[in-house]
Design a binder for this molecule. Structure first.
Ligand code: HEM
Length: 91
């Protein structure tokens, strides 16, 4: 059991329209590295370009491989969304 839980796989994912359009080595403009969620409660400018100010905005911006998670999030009740934010605040 690892003692450190970064809450990221640190891998490149095809994020569709969220991509920055910049090719770096083998990463095309749609491939983005998963940002660690640990400590993310202290971050006020989320995503690679800081476009999202809240967790809600960051999830709503996820496309490509993150689109399914976005759609599942959008179906949550207000109470369930609050629980997700509370969990995020615990990381
Ligand atoms: C409920 C599920 C998810 C939540 C709550 C979530 C939340 C977040 C948040 C808050 C960020 C911004 C972190 C920061 O800027 O410091 C982020 C970024 C990111 N997430 Fe997710 N995510 C979810 C699912 C996924 C899935 C399924 C994938 C891909 C398979 C994914 C891939 C990424 C990537 C690549 C980034 C970096 C994007 C960028 O820098 O613009 N996420 N996620």
């Amino acid at each position: 059991m690892p003692w450190f839980h970064p809450y990221s796989d640190f891998l490149l994912h095809d994020m569709g329209s969220l991509g920055d359009g910049i090719t770096q080595n083998r990463a095309t403009g749609w491939l983005m590295r998963t940002a660690p969620l640990r400590g993310v409660r202290k971050v006020t400018a989320l995503l690679h370009d800081g476009r999202a100010r809240t967790l809600d905005e960051a999830i709503r911006a996820q496309d490509g491989q993150g689109r399914r998670a976005r759609h599942r999030y959008l179906r949550l009740s207000g109470w369930e969304k609050d629980k997700l934010i509370a969990f995020r605040n615990s990381l």
